[in-house]
Ligand binder design. Sequence first.
Ligand code: NAD
Length: 514
Amino acid sequence: MPGLEEVMQTVDKSDTACLLEWAGSWLKEEKGHYIDGAWLHETDGDCGSGSLASTDPSTGRELCKIKQAGSRQIDAAVAAARKAFADRRWRSMPRRERSRLLMSIADLIREHSAELAALEALDNGKLYKEAINDDLPEAADVFDYYAGWTDKHYSECSPQDEGFINYTVHEPLGVCALIVPWNFPLLLAMWKIAPALAMGNTVVIKPSPFTSLSILRFFELLHEKIDIPDGVINLVTGGAETGRLLCEHMGVDKVSFTGSTATGKAVVASSASSNLKQVSLELGGKSPNIVFDDVPDLDFAIERSYAAMFSHKGEKCSEPTRLFVHKKIHDQFVGRLVDIAAGVKCGAQFDESADQGSQCNQEQFDKIMRYIEIGKSEGGRIVAGGERDTRGDNARGLFVRPTIFTDVDNRMTVSRDEIFGPVLVVIPFASDDEVIEMANDSIYGLAAGLWTRDVSRAHSVAGRLDAGMVFINRFGCYDFASPFGGFKQSGWGKEMAVHSLAAYTRLKSVWLKL
Ligand code: NAD
């Protein structure tokens, strides 16, 4: 099928009518798995009842059917990746050639960003403007970033006595299974694919069954436009059973997983019960955001605390869901957040005037509404939202008003469990020690924020917070050059920067007696 850029040669990328027309015909085509350089449509051996429905959560409309790979398809995908790893065409490709190829993938994503963003918005429910402005540019840039590493991942030569040389080599791991969730489907997949390929691995990727569309289209584009050896990059679609089969497969050397903490534990169990494949995990969070009474810029702190929490409809792992505000400024801070929340317009993906999209799926929507009830029953006071948004056409979709709880403490269920939706709890505090203790009292340790003009306090509190990422005076700063990932039950290892290279390589020590 022609790409969108051919269809809308003279049309602006924000022409949603054209985008939707293109998407409508694309969705009618049968979707398959991409294995060994070709599309596989067979369903023989598929998991469960065969295909799953992909749905637009803003309307409840079925978009298309997605296949669920079973052991037959997983075996084929892993065998293709094994063969491509063993024949060394990819890992032995001259480094600059591999680098250029990765950069051409970055360009491909940029050229096709409108159609990829449109598909991503359609099955996730996020606003098209968020997908095109936030997710797609980063999904492309990450390939440029790791393309630059193919000739910069140096080894060491250790100091030895005369007559010996000892050096290390970073070798690719082999076949990497990459499993991603539904909140940033394409972006999180690219965070894994780019470093895995840059280091010479071959991959099998499995997206979430709720949000497979943008990745399916990405693979079509790769197939049509990028000359990558067959079997180097494979795609299987499906749900939990497909993921489990992949994690238990004896032909997989590494699983890089992003998703919930509960599933992360199942991934570790699958690895332990099969071939002890390496596992890296990016899991859930319940991140604290601490506002001291000497916050340097109150207006910015309020605006940013709101955006970090509620953008992408609160479906972000590192969002600051526990807000601790010093009691001197608590009421003022909360009052201003409530004003912002009250003015928010929930709306469907292509509504330019909307501020917040639909939650991604029914299961997640029900979970959020359940937690709102739990919060109320435990004595929390709702000062904003707390209900479904049913204005106009929103009644057909899964819209939740931005919700703020006060009168909660850090022991309540809504302060402890990851809700993964637009639900914020606000807790007042009086002293540094008290707030640090509450902030660290969580099974999670993904991110934390603090706001103060006192550099000594900032430095000391950052050092005492049990979180993999600490943001001072701006919650949420991300860059490829900086490690991403959490402590405790928020994960194992880091993504991004040089740390992703370690996640996709093994270190060999070589001795030579002269
Ligand atoms: P999930 O754990 O339900 O599913 C994630 C992926 O795992 C999906 O592709 C799913 O099909 C697959 N899966 C399910 N069961 C499996 C099994 N037994 N073995 C292997 N794969 C299996 O998570 P979700 O609901 O899709 O996503 C939301 C979660 O992801 C939240 O907890 C969020 O915090 C987390 N998340 C973390 C990060 C991070 O970088 N730390 C980023 C985004 C999302």
